[in-house]
Design a protein. Structure first.
Length: 167
């Protein structure tokens, strides 16, 4: 349950400067611990939803459910598109992105009602179970398209016990 076949890759990044407005597709983002993404409308609120992530491999699945051939990531309004790493399996895990930033996956990101407008009738249901994940920022840093996304191994309970035993 703690092993992953390989590391992931950050394929695409965005921020939402204002609620209900177009998103900005970016080559790099600054993640600020305890706040969010610099320049994002959620920034400075903190909490479990400082960053939203979407699984790149789910784009064609959701597109097929909607009866369309291609689904550009900006239509889903998430911040990060990650490939090669099962984000659902990363819940409550910490992920290192690039050289500095660390986030912790906090839970699923439910689709919003805007998906009916964006993807057409049934768009909301097409995303159910495929809406992505939310995360909080554990350590600030600059992330860039193409960065590696690595699960930080947790110490097992037996290892934790060994760390605190006295000789």
């Amino acid at each position: 349950m703690t092993q992953f076949p390989h590391i992931g890759r950050l394929e695409w990044l965005s921020r939402r400067p204002q609620r209900h407005h177009d998103i900005d597709v970016m080559d790099a983002l600054t993640l600020i611990e305890g706040q969010g993404i610099e320049g994002d409308h959620y920034s400075a609120r903190g909490g479990k939803r400082e960053v939203t992530l979407f699984q790149a491999e789910h784009l064609p699945v959701v597109a097929a459910f909607c009866g369309i051939t291609e689904l550009p990531p900006e239509q889903l309004r998430r911040n990060l598109l990650v490939s090669g790493l099962n984000l659902l399996a990363c819940r409550q895990q910490q992920l290192a992105i690039g050289c500095d930033a660390i986030i912790e996956i906090t839970g699923p990101c439910a689709p919003c009602s805007r998906m009916e407008q964006t993807l057409g009738p049934g768009g909301y249901n097409a995303l159910r179970g495929h809406g992505g994940m939310t995360a909080r920022i554990v350590r600030s840093g600059i992330i860039m398209r193409g960065d590696s996304v690595t699960v930080i191994p947790r110490a097992t309970e037996s290892m934790q016990g060994q760390l605190f035993q006295t000789p």
